[in-house]
Design a protein around this ligand. Structure first.
Ligand code: NDP
Ligand code: OXD
Length: 321
């Protein structure tokens, strides 16, 4: 019997996201299944049983009448959730060690960069200034992570091992060894009050949009060795109020920020974030998705699904993540 085909719909992404590279990887792991990189001709929409997608244009998936599973090629599904015509098939997101470790590298790098005063040290090197400042230990700093899911939990564990005090905030109660866990709107105040460095790894949903705003920044602890609170956002740009971030940097409510994600990507050349002295920015590459790891993950899920097994990491459409 012919196996249902897999359609690939890929828009945007980084250098690593060449659609041909994805097609090559999927051809290699789906050897007896037709893989169709869209746009294409010479196929029947009815033969598509699976779609592997990144930022498909709203409406694109609705043209496949026999779709059984939609695989998002990243962890965040916000781009799909806005498609009112999204077929009612299970939507699976990425949760694999490869992506998780990359995000933990990003979080640890940026937490350490602010903690170890790298800005000051690099400036000192540029002007040949031998003037070490007092360096406090990791145990003097508390890192509060918004989002204690796949990514937040891994980052929390590694930061804990380095010696930071770690707090986490989620929607529902969570338990992570050595991490002070808070949940829900009712516990956000005590979470923020004890946080020196705020790391955001939340999904973008109607509940979380704009959550990184002045009211939140003003509630962070201001008495730590850092001098002023630090924000690190690698979740989504829509989580942050960008005017508030800039104003809070300028009036000292925030000391510094690391941002991997923005309301508009690519970040426009005239954005003040490019040149602000207290902003460290990266082009949404905190945890790039690896086509090798993800194509294997998708192929394994399809094989299990066709054998009657359950899919992993299915998005709850009511929650939006
Ligand atoms: P998960 O779904 O595993 O975890 C999400 C976490 O956020 C959970 O702890 C969840 O709470 C919490 N959360 C969701 N809504 C709320 C809310 N309203 N209030 C409080 N907490 C909330 O996601 P991942 O950890 O895999 O990924 C998180 C996000 O990271 C992705 O959605 C994506 O946007 C972003 N990302 C960014 C990348 C980059 O390169 N910059 C790469 C990959 C992902 P609960 O535990 O109760 O469900
Ligand atoms: C993701 C991303 O969601 O790369 O995986 O942003």
């Amino acid at each position: 019997m012919t196996k249902g085909a897999l359609a690939l719909l890929i828009h945007g992404g980084t250098d690593n996201w060449s659609p041909d590279r994805w097609k090559g990887r999927f051809d290699a792991v789906c050897r007896d299944r037709r893989v169709i990189l869209l746009p294409a001709t010479g196929f029947e929409p009815a033969e598509i049983h699976y779609a592997a997608v990144w930022k498909p244009v709203p409406g694109e998936l609705a043209s496949f009448p026999n779709l059984k599973v939609i695989f998002n090629l990243g962890a965040g599904v916000d781009a799909l959730m806005v498609d009112r015509t999204l077929p009612d098939a299970p939507l699976v997101r990425v949760a694999v060690d490869d992506l998780t470790s990359r995000m933990t590298e990003y979080v640890v790098l940026h937490v350490l960069m602010h903690h170890r005063q790298e800005h000051y040290l690099r400036d000192s090197q540029r002007v040949k200034r031998w003037a070490p400042k007092f360096q406090w230990p990791a145990s003097a700093i508390s890192v509060g992570i918004m989002g204690l899911g796949t990514l937040g939990t891994d980052a929390a564990r590694v930061l804990r091992r380095i010696g930071f005090q770690v707090l986490g905030w989620s929607r529902t109660p969570r338990q992570v060894d050595g991490v002070a866990c808070f949940h829900g709107r009712e516990q956000i105040e005590p979470f923020l009050a004890r946080t020196d460095m705020l790391v955001c790894l939340l999904p973008l949903t109607p509940d979380t949009r704009g959550v990184l705003n002045r009211a939140v920044f003003e509630r962070l602890n201001r008495t730590s060795a850092l001098g002023a609170p630090v924000l690190i956002n690698a979740g989504r740009g829509g989580l942050q109020n960008e005017a508030d971030i800039l104003a809070c940097l300028d009036d000292g409510t925030l000391g510094a920020v690391s941002l991997d994600v923005f309301m508009q990507e690519p970040l426009p050349p005239d954005s003040p974030f490019w040149t602000h002295p207290n902003v460290v920015l990266t082009p949404h590459n905190a945890a790039d998705t690896d086509p090798d790891a993800i194509s294997r993950y998708v192929a394994a899920q399809i094989a299990r699904f066709e054998a009657g097994g359950a899919l992993d990491n299915v998005v709850d459409r009511m929650r939006g993540y």
